[in-house]
Design a protein. Sequence first.
Length: 152
Amino acid sequence: MVFVAGGVGINPLMSIIGYLAQVRTVSYVISILYSVRNPGGQGLSSILFLDRLAESFASGFVKGELVLHLTSGEKESQSLNDSTVELAGWKMKTRRRRITNDDMLEVLGGVDVRGSTVVYVCGVPTMTDELVDAAQQAPGMDPKKVLFERWW
């Protein structure tokens, strides 16, 4: 499963992720790309649901990766400037830029596994439209398994 959230677009995704973490009968592999404005001096713990996401992964019942994209609200350079931070015992990547089509293709996995991958994108229309299009057109993806919700 691949979840992509822009800002408050994390809200509907948290319901799904929270449920998967509570089921505890099956281990799920999830990749999450979460883009938010950099909280600056407030610290990462001020980011909506970030603690709960980290706890879901730390529990072991949700496996995969969480990549946090910290933006300034203005057009960032596309440099990869990656780092790793730890929150609630879970290590996650951080990138200081917006989510790109290449990021989407990376989390979809290889062409051989994409047929069973489900994608859910939720965020502002420009981000959502671009990333949904990239996922639906990716070789091996079933376009019907790319779901989305736009936050206006």
